[in-house]
Structures are given as structure tokens and as C-alpha cells.
Design a protein around this ligand. Structure first.
Ligand code: MF3
Ligand code: CO
Ligand code: CO
Length: 254
């Protein structure tokens, strides 16, 4: 990689990240009310775009490396980076991850959740619950002077003990006035390995957990990533700031 330098954010910058993070949490909360059978992913996208502009922000995904829409919507076997469209209609029993990243005053708030459409199958329910718990176990492993490998180890141990697998091809990332920066945060790995965690680091943890194989495939659109075995995948994401004595979740809704 060209530049491995990990930027530490000042308290002024972290305050801006806090505002962007809060806006992202509110946006995701707002979109949750649209998750119902019969709604298209394009309708959710268009409301996200409208709401984001109304709140004085911009949608980071729109035009990012050519991504065509304002949010990512990833249904069932789609791991991440699903592209909203008018042909894709939510139906009872689906699970859908909605991933939003508004830019407010130049800074990014990056967060996602997986929602149930109507009534989930037992497997879908368990996968989604385990994935959310993976995110929180990853966050609990963030300690100043700990290592980045501690995060992935905590996530992988729990996911695999529950009979699920951890996606390797997509990882968490540093985030600031730039969408994706070093360090990479794998959701698998070994405790005690990797770079040191330091106060002022701001990054996402965003585990993608699969029902079957961890292996992924990217569709011909160049974006949509899906499970190789077409079994379910779920994801949850928060943006975090490392503090002197622990961690602050910037995208937790107040
Ligand atoms: N929000 C995604 C992430 O968590 C990135 C989406 S990039 C896009 O990192 F181009 F697909 F929008
Ligand atoms: Co995201
Ligand atoms: Co992210």
C-alpha cells in the first residue's frame, strides 16, 4: 500500500466526526421505518438522499469510485455494496442491510444495520443477532495500547463458535474527512497481532458474517458482493473513536 500512515484526529476533528456520526445514526433510524414488504430499495435510497440534503449533508457513496447511488442496500445473500434499484422489492422474510455514510462539514459518519422484513426464519434471526453481537464484541476489544488483531480475534471466535463464518474480502477502515483510510480492520485474526491501537484513531468495525462459506463473489456490476454458496449474510457497522481510556461509539443514536 502506498501510504500506511495512520492519522490521529485532534479533539476538534473528533467533534466533527461526532456530529457526522450522530447524523448517520439518525438517518439509519429514519430509514428503518421504510423497511416493509412492497417497498423498493430505490425508494429507500431516494428518501436517504432527500433527508441527507435536507440536513445539510452529502451522501459519500454517491459517485464514490463510480458507485451510482446514495446508500448500499444488501439483501439476503448479498454481503455488501448492493445497489438500490426499482426492480428490487422487499418481501416478507428478507433481511436487508442498509449502509449510510453522510458527509457533514467535511467529515464522514459510516454506519449500517441489518433489518428484518416482516417475519424472519429462525436461521436469519440467529445470524442477525450473532452479527450484531460480533460488532459489540469487536468494540469491547478496542483498548488503547491493545492491538488491531484483538478486534478480529474477538469477532471470529464468537462467530465461528456459533457455526457461522467471517467474510475476509471486506474489512473495517480508518475514516475521517476521507471515506476509507488506513488502518484496515479485519474481522478475523489473532490476538496481540497487528498495529497498536492509540487514542485519536477513528475507524469502523463492520463485521460481515455468513451462514455458510465466508467466500465472496462480486457481480458483473462491479459492486454487489454475494456469498459464493448463496446462503445468507448479515452486517452491522459503527464508527468509533479511541479515547485515552477506551472507546466512544460515534454512530450510536442518542
Ligand atoms: N459504507 C461502506 C463501508 O462501510 C462503503 C460503501 S462504498 C460504496 O465502508 F461505494 F459502495 F458506497
Ligand atoms: Co458503511
Ligand atoms: Co465502512
Amino acid at each position: 500500500m502506498a501510504n500506511q500512515t495512520i492519522t490521529l484526529l485532534s479533539s476538534r476533528e473528533i467533534e466533527k466526526m461526532r456530529r457526522a456520526g450522530q447524523l448517520a445514526a439518525e438517518l439509519l433510524d429514519h430509514l428503518e421505518s421504510m423497511v416493509k414488504p412492497g417497498v423498493s430499495t430505490l425508494e429507500i435510497n431516494d428518501e436517504a438522499e432527500r433527508w441527507t440534503l435536507e440536513h445539510g449533508a452529502k451522501s459519500a457513496p454517491l459517485g464514490y469510485h463510480g458507485f451510482p447511488k446514495s446508500i448500499c442496500t444488501s439483501i439476503n445473500e448479498v454481503i455488501c455494496h448492493g445497489i438500490p434499484n426499482d426492480k428490487e422489492i422487499l418481501k416478507d422474510g428478507d433481511i436487508i442491510n442498509i449502509d449510510v455514510t453522510p458527509i457533514l462539514d467535511g467529515y464522514h459518519g459510516d454506519t449500517s444495520k441489518t433489518f428484518f422484513v416482516g417475519t424472519p426464519s429462525n436461521t436469519a434471526k440467529r445470524l442477525v443477532e450473532v452479527t450484531e453481537e460480533c460488532l459489540y464484541r469487536g468494540i469491547a476489544a478496542v483498548k488503547p495500547a491493545g492491538k488491531i488483531g484483538d478486534i478480529g480475534a474477538a469477532i471470529q471466535e464468537y462467530a465461528e463458535a456459533q457455526g457461522f463464518s467471517v467474510v475476509r474480502d471486506f474489512v473495517g477502515h480508518g475514516v475521517s474527512n476521507v471515506f476509507h483510510t488506513p488502518p484496515q480492520i479485519p474481522h478475523y485474526g489473532t490476538r496481540g497481532k497487528g498495529k497498536k491501537i492509540r487514542p485519536g484513531m477513528v475507524f469502523t468495525i463492520e463485521p460481515m458474517i455468513n451462514e455458510g462459506t465466508w467466500e465472496a463473489e462480486v457481480m458483473a456490476d462491479g459492486w454487489t458482493a454475494l456469498t459464493k454458496d448463496r446462503k445468507l449474510s448479515a452486517q452491522f457497522e459503527h464508527t468509533l473513536a479511541v479515547t485515552d481510556d477506551g472507546v466512544e461509539i460515534l454512530t450510536l443514536k442518542k
